[in-house]
Design a protein around this ligand. Structure first.
Ligand SMILES: [Zn+2]
Length: 308
């Protein structure tokens, strides 16, 4: 069998995620290509080892073509990921998709050759048009190594765009790309490999608490997305960050958390409390169950705004 580190997640058990303040002391955001391993008949991953600003990188290899999922931060990481892709895919056609357009997921794309077809959803394209390199510039200020990795980084133009779904036939294995709308960002993409029952869920279902990172992020949308993810009934979830998950544990964990945030925020609003008072009350109610207070506050703000 495949050597997979499988971590079962119980509902509402989150681990704290690194804050920007920790960036200076955390390991450099380098994709560790030595970690490459196979998790299912058609899929290899390079795990992020839970290092901030590193994504889990995926490779889906068919008889005819291969799909790379996420690039790593900046062209140097993108080049390393491309080398791995070449080793796995040989002379097969290469496609690249990104789970969202945050720097560590997308800003290595320019290191891939022109022959690699970059696929983005139209909402990812819109996200780039609206926010550009804003977050990348912010990342670059956090440490010298991040600045170095992002030197000259810019968004590469997509070769293929899709609005809702895109079915990619890799030869003997199909990848279904779906645009999930505004969740973590203005446009998150998931990748479903049905034959292997592996779901690349982006930031939509992870071990760490969900991050509402865009002014367009919607809790209502996120809950609807979780229903769609669960309906796929994956055996393995590869999230954007952190360990892979067995079954639907990440999904049910996120649903329990987001439902509780939604209901508690709505109750505070109905009782006439301000958004700041609501953050204080709901944060106290979660206590240690939600160690990332900044992410919790972000979720409460969105829930408060969306509450009737
Ligand atoms: Zn992100």
């Amino acid at each position: 069998m495949y050597a997979v580190l499988r971590i079962v997640v119980t509902a509402l058990t989150f681990v704290a995620t690194a804050s920007p303040l920790l960036a200076q002391t955390s390991p450099p955001p380098i994709v560790k290509v030595d970690g490459l391993h196979q998790i299912s008949p058609h899929i290899h991953i390079i795990p992020d080892n839970s290092v901030p600003a590193v994504p889990n990188v995926g490779f889906v290899v068919g008889d005819r073509a291969a799909l790379v999922i996420d690039t790593g931060l900046g062209p140097p990481n993108g080049a390393a990921v491309y080398e791995v892709a070449k080793k796995l895919a040989g002379t097969k056609a290469l496609y690249l998709v990104t789970t969202h357009v945050h720097p560590e997921h997308d800003l290595g794309a320019q290191a891939f050759p022109d022959t690699t077809k970059l696929i983005r959803s139209t909402s990812e394209v819109k996200d780039i048009a609206e926010f550009g390199l804003e977050l990348a510039n912010d990342f670059a200020k956090r440490s010298a190594i991040r600045a170095e990795l992002l030197k000259g980084a810019d968004f590469r133009k997509a070769d293929i765009t899709f609005e809702h779904d895109y079915d990619l036939d890799l030869g003997g294995v199909q990848a279904k790309l779906t645009a999930m709308g505004p969740n973590h960002t203005g446009g998150d993409t998931i990748i479903w490999i049905e034959s292997d029952r592996v779901l690349f869920a982006g930031d939509l279902a992870m071990r760490a608490q969900p991050a509402f990172a865009s002014p367009h992020s919607s809790l209502r949308q996120w809950l609807a997305s979780l229903d769609k993810l669960e309906a796929l009934n994956p055996v393995i979830i590869v999230p954007s960050h952190g360990p892979t998950g067995d079954g639907t544990g990440f999904i049910t964990g996120y649903r329990a958390y987001l439902t509780e945030v939604r209901d508690r925020a709505a109750a505070e609003k109905r009782a006439g409390r301000s958004v700041d008072q609501s953050i204080e009350a709901v944060t106290a109610a979660f206590g240690e169950r939600a160690p990332d207070k900044a992410r919790l506050a972000g979720a409460i703000k969105v829930a408060y705004a969306e509450a009737p």
